[in-house]
Design a binder for this molecule. Sequence first.
Ligand code: NDP
Ligand code: BG6
Length: 442
Amino acid sequence: MSINCSAIVIMGASGDLAKRKLIPALIALFENGTIAGDCMVLGNGRSDYTDESFREHIGLPAELSDNVYYHQGMDGLFDRVKGLGDFNKIIVFMALPPAAYGNTAEALYREGFQDNVRIIIEKPFGVNYDSARKLNDHLKKFYSETQIYRIDHYLAKEAVQNILVFRFANSIFFPVWNSSNIESIQINAFEEIGVESRGAYFDKSGIIRDMVQNHLLQLLALLTMEAPVSLDPESIRHQKLNILRALSIKDCHIQQYEGYRSEETIPDDSETETYAELKMNIDTYRWTGMPVYIRTGKAVGRKLTNIVISFKKVPQLLFNKDGKLDNNRIIFHIQPQSGITIGHSTKIPGSDMDITTTDMDFCYATSFDGTVPEAYQKLLQDAMKGDQTLFVSAEETELSWKKIAPYLDMGSPLIYPKGQIPLSQMEVNWVDPDKYANSCRF
Ligand code: NDP
Ligand code: BG6
């Protein structure tokens, strides 16, 4: 059933995010019938566009002209929305520089955006605990928590949504998901590109703020949280929060790629980290004693996000007297290809009892037809439906910042060659991330 009678107001509609991600996602949602023809999109900004020139700027297909408009400035914005239709909800997407979120929310409220309004806020949500708390406090003066949708686009990736299904809809994995059976969890998020044109933002941020505080701690919470009592957002957030509460960071090392300081807008003495590796513990009955490792970085030669769950080895008996059998592993392939691999021991045919590791692969590309919807389609669709499951709560953002606080702006990063995963500074038996990179590649 289509979603109807919604107005979608994009603040900062002249910007990059609106053009590259939001408008294409909305076009796809109109075209596949997820949102009905009585929904309207109103772009807003200080830039001087007419309805026509805005449609041209965003490359709108002609058949959607009656659904997309532009309004310059804040004055009269609420009346303009009202003039476009009788909407039962108004979704406001803040595609603005982060410093503008609080004041813009306040201005929107004063302009008339109050009841039946949902505010979507992009990352970064603050730059540390204090700024996140101040922003939350500012927003809460005008909007309730149920009206605020904080984006973490990793939660909307199909393979990430599947983590809870894999864990809680399969009775074979549920009983072994604990530190008695699992040796370690390794989360890898690698990027081929460097900072490109985003140097001004990134240099003030660094990879720990940019990736670890939000996307990767969210992945970690989904992988390790207890089963929620229901699938409502509150129950899921409650369990994720418990993980964040029990999390302690044991070790953290930072590095910077060679040539970073020569990138556009980067100061030549910048100490911002472009790569980080961390070791964490989760001090709960289920997880105590099992390390979680995170590695993430830019300009490391491949775009690859995966999660490796390594199980403890079988006892040194029967087939494993010399202790050489490999660990069983479950690998969640998040991107570029999505799927799951299970690595297990198998007898080599014809041998007496020689054993090797073989893989069972599930790949979205071969198991399902059709394209997987892009993350922003899912996020916009859920916000219109009023489903906050894939959005992050105020408490989660603040707690994540609190946990990561001692590791922000550490300074003096080591330098690594561009295009390579840097040498690890921790004593970890890292699983080669490329070992499984071709599991779902066709
Ligand atoms: P831009 O810097 O392109 O800004 C978007 C628009 O905001 C501008 O076009 C401008 O429009 C308006 N704007 C700029 N400064 C102010 C201000 N001080 N007050 C009010 N409006 C202002 O940002 P992006 O589109 O790249 O990103 C938007 C948000 O999304 C940011 O928070 C960013 O961190 C986040 N984000 C972006 C991603 C991307 O791929 N671009 C990815 C993930 C997150 P005008 O001059 O017309 O008012
Ligand atoms: C964004 C970060 O949140 O996530 C970027 O700001 C990063 O620096 C991006 O490149 C990675 O997202 P994805 O979906 O391409 O893995």
